[in-house]
Design a protein. Structure first.
Length: 107
């Protein structure tokens, strides 16, 4: 028996003890101990061949080219409107600012 097998045996025994000494779980405990020993040694088990993954593709844009160009142009207009805040505000909503009165200090 080599050192790796001895380590797996010890780990399986510890798992068996930690689970309350159940009957008939020796194969599962041995598999768990094998995985623990491999993780501790830094050697990964060979992964079984699985399904191949499809390559990711970019989603298609459903917006027509003219609408996309118009949307790009609207961002320029909105940035201009942001500099002139009252340009798009209706007259009924516009409020004029009242000047602040000078503070008087009384002592």
């Amino acid at each position: 028996m080599n050192q790796q097998e001895q380590r797996i045996r010890e780990l399986a025994y510890e798992i068996w003890l930690s689970e309350g000494r159940p009957e008939g779980q020796d194969a599962r405990h041995w598999e768990m101990a094998c995985k623990l020993a491999e993780a501790q040694n830094g050697t990964a088990p060979a992964k079984p061949a699985g399904r191949t993954r499809k390559t990711a593709t970019k989603p298609t844009d459903a917006t027509p080219a003219k609408a996309a160009a118009a949307a790009k142009g609207s961002t320029k207009a909105s940035s201009k409107a942001a500099t002139d805040a009252q340009a798009g505000t209706p007259d009924a909503i516009k409020k004029t600012r009242t000047p602040r009165s000078a503070k008087t200090t009384e002592r």
